[in-house]
Design a protein. Structure first.
Lengths: 274, 226
């Protein structure tokens, strides 16, 4: 019961967040960059439900645009990292031997560097923008997917149905694509969804450090960064609302991923729904 | 001839489950291999079908020395064997409909065009109706699934059949039906058979000769109790 409520709330929040960021740029003809120095650092009011920032920009509108960027970065990075991780993991697991050792040492090499550091290294190689941030998250996040997929493929490789395919003349490629990959796709999909919140936090962290998106762009990390000064002066709203926009949607996506993981859990899955 | 010579095999080179076993089956002959569970007879069957690389020893199939197992063996060598496993649930890809399961070896070897006719003929032979062929493994019984697995093993018309406890999970009538299918196929094609099992009565009636695992293992002479 508690699980179902949590899943329902997570689904509702996720759906609301996605619909809002998709619809607002078309439905609301306001400029999130519009400066109004006469109305700077206004507390929440009917005109500005989240208040305004230090140059009088509306925080509700900027939070929505920031969430739009974050969700885009999160989904794009999670998809790309999952594709790379699945390809490397499946190749390592299916080929075994030397190929496996070389590929997994590469994974170890990437994992051995603290991943925020590696992410910072990647973004600093490019001009600030969305794609360097996506690249930085991808480079640091495909590793766990590669490990999960490799372990799964290795355990499947010794199943009799794979023996039967080998005996039936299937090539290595066919065994991998027809029999091994389809079996790991649910796991890989779950890893992708679990990665979205993580990728959003990463984007926020990089922007907060001033290394992510251009500072004028409405991004949740940028907003929390530029709100630091006013927080010390007692103005709490420029920090609180963008912060909630980071936390609540990511928790909702994580909640959905958790429900999905429960469904994949073999202990709760009946023999018949295999 | 299928010649297994001094095969040592297992999953950990320090503790092989099969030690120095030799077994020869004449062309078209049927040999039953009896033994208790866990003795290594399934491993030997996998070595014979070129699905497991022995630590040492050789496999010679109709005069050709197998240079490796699984993908290191040539496709011709691998497909010379039709293999039926003990547990049809584990031997069937859960995502495939029974018709696709049976046709899979034809598709894998580039003979897609023959699939429809071959599946229809084999389904008839093993006693699967058209309606069952559209189902997935979890929607049929063990016996029905094993019929499909036997059809899959026969679809490439192998020269050798390896049946590893093929009927251990099945009731008497399904057992009789599947053994009859194997014997019909052998009578018509001249294929040889290695049937692994622990049911002496069944193997004695099914096969030309039955050997017990202990007769194959040379290192039985170990000092005991000293």
């Amino acid at each position: 019961m508690g699980d179902r409520v949590r899943t329902g709330v997570s689904a509702a929040v996720t759906a609301a967040a996605v619909l809002t960021v998709l619809a607002v740029p078309f439905a609301v003809p306001l400029d999130e960059q519009a400066v109004d120095l006469a109305a700077k650092l206004q507390p929440p009011s009917w005109a500005h439900p989240f208040g305004t920032d230090e140059v009088g920009r509306d925080l509700l509108l900027r939070s929505v645009y920031g969430l739009r960027v974050s969700l885009f970065v999160g989904v794009a990075a999670a998809l790309a990292a999952t594709v790379i991780g699945t390809a490397v993991g499946a190749a390592a697991g299916a080929l075994g031997g030397w190929a496996d050792r070389v590929l997994m040492r590469i994974v170890d090499l990437f994992s051995s560097v603290p991943h925020l550091l590696l992410g910072i290294f990647v973004v600093t190689m490019f001009r600030p923008g969305v794609w360097p941030v996506v690249a930085s998250v991808v480079v640091t996040h495909w590793l766990s997917t590669a490990r999960i997929v490799r372990a799964e493929v290795m355990s499947l490789r010794s199943r009799p149905y794979v023996d039967a395919a080998v005996s039936g003349g299937a090539s290595r490629w066919r065994v991998t694509v027809r029999h091994l990959l389809p079996a790991v796709l649910p796991q890989a999909g779950l890893a992708a969804v679990l990665m979205i919140p993580h990728a959003i936090w990463h984007e926020s962290a990089l922007s907060f450090l001033g290394l992510g998106l251009p500072t004028h762009q409405a991004s949740l990390g940028n907003m929390v960064q530029s709100a630091r000064g006013s927080l010390l002066a007692g103005d709490w709203w420029p920090t609180l609302f963008p912060g909630l926009f980071i936390i609540v949607p990511t928790l909702a996506v994580a909640g959905l991923a958790g429900a999905w993981r429960e469904r994949l859990n073999p202990r709760r899955r009946s023999e018949l729904t295999l | 001839m299928l010649e297994l010579s001094r095969i040592t095999a297992g999953y950990d080179p320090r503790r092989p489950v099969v030690r120095g076993v030799s077994l020869t089956i004449g062309s078209g002959r049927a040999v039953g291999l009896l033994g208790p569970s866990g003795c290594g007879k399934s491993t030997l069957a996998r070595v014979a079908a070129l699905l497991h690389r022995p630590d040492s020893g050789t496999v010679v199939v109709d005069g050709d020395l197998a240079r490796g197992a699984r993908h290191r063996a040539t496709r011709e060598q691998r497909t010379a064997f039709g293999v039926v496993f003990q547990q049809p649930r584990l031997a069937a890809d859960p995502r495939m409909r029974l018709a696709d399961l049976i046709a899979e070896p034809l598709r894998a070897t580039g003979r897609r065009g023959e699939a429809a006719a071959a599946v229809a003929a084999l389904a008839e032979r093993v006693g699967l109706s058209g309606e069952l062929l559209r189902r997935r493994p979890h929607e049929v019984s063990d016996g029905q699934l094993q019929r499909a697995c036997l059809a899959r093993a026969l679809v490439l018309r192998p020269r050798w059949l390896i049946c590893d406890e093929m009927t251990a999970m099945l009731d008497a009538s399904t057992t009789a039906a599947l053994v009859a299918v194997v014997e019909d196929y052998r009578a018509e094609s001249g294929a040889g058979l290695l049937a692994v099992g622990h049911d002496k009565v069944l193997l004695d009636r099914w096969c030309d000769e039955t050997v017990h695992w202990d007769e194959l293992s040379p290192q039985k002479i170990e000092p005991s109790g000293v």
